[in-house]
Design a protein around this ligand. Structure first.
Ligand SMILES: N[C@@H](CCC(=O)N[C@@H](CS)C(=O)NCC(=O)O)C(=O)O
Length: 247
């Protein structure tokens, strides 16, 4: 059986969930508690981040390595083109969007004024454990800000990086939200870009959909992004190409 070690609201974990769902592969999730996850992730794959996938006796860490493994091991419903030039293009874009995912995350953490709904979305899957889960919240907030470099200067830089990323999507699709980033069908480039930008656009059915409470300036920035072709593209990819298990 397969197990995905994950955090529900991690967009890198969402990228792997999407890939597994796209291939119709069953999996269990093991939601590790943020911070404490490192005890297990180091033991499993000698890394500090999630996702990590266990597939039988094989354990793979890092969403890109998992994607390459899934493509090699389960060739049906491929997300990498056969053609070497196209394949290279997809892999290059996947790498670019993985890098941009860091900026999406930092920018969003930088906008949070009320942590309640974020903490709820992040921690609701864990048992309260005699109040311990809630006692961890202030520690987690400080830890996340430090870990992801949430300082005003770096958040501002991340904003310009994420706008460049959205411009890259728009140039690839030539302003048409119905198109794919490479060729005529869904590839790993599309699921990487859509999953890693999804927390900005909170598609229905994703863990970010229920997070609320931005201030007016952030909300109007986000509303503006929604109206752009790249925002519509993310929502369209989710509506058309994000099949979930059991649906
Ligand atoms: N390059 C990694 C990035 C994964 C990543 O940044 N995961 C975050 C959650 S979004 C994480 O595990 N952070 C916890 C930590 O660094 O302790 C991948 O693609 O899997």
């Amino acid at each position: 059986m397969r197990t995905l070690y994950q955090f529900p609201i991690s967009h890198y974990c969402e990228k792997t969930r999407w890939h597994l769902d796209h291939k119709g592969l069953d999996f269990n999730v093991d939601n590790l508690f943020p911070g404490l996850h490192r005890l297990k992730s180091k033991r499993l794959a000698n890394i500090v981040t999630l996702p990590i996938l266990r597939d039988g006796d094989t354990v793979i860490g890092d969403s890109t390595q998992i994607a390459l493994y899934l493509e090699a091991q389960y060739p049906d419903s491929p997300l990498l083109p056969q053609d070497p030039a196209r394949r290279a293009e997809v892999l290059e874009l996947e790498e670019q969007f993985d890098r941009l995912g860091v900026h999406v995350r930092r920018w969003l953490y930088g906008q949070i004024k009320q942590w309640d709904s974020v903490m709820h979305a992040m921690l609701k899957v864990y048992r309260p454990l005699f109040g311990l889960r809630d006692l961890m919240k202030p520690l987690l907030i400080g830890g996340l800000q430090q870990l992801y470099g949430v300082t005003p200067q770096r958040v501002a830089k991340s904003q310009s990086e994420l706008l460049d990323g959205l411009a890259l999507i728009e140039s690839r699709i030539q302003g048409d939200p119905s198109r794919y980033l490479v060729g005529e069908r869904l590839t790993l480039a599309d699921i990487s870009a859509a999953a890693l930008f999804a927390p900005l656009f909170t598609p229905p059915g994703t863990p970010w959909h229920e997070i609320s409470g931005h201030d007016a300036a952030t909300q109007s920035f986000l509303d503006d992004l929604h109206a752009h072709p790249a925002g519509q593209w993310v929502l369209q990819r989710y509506a058309q190409d994000r099949q979930r298990r059991g649906e």
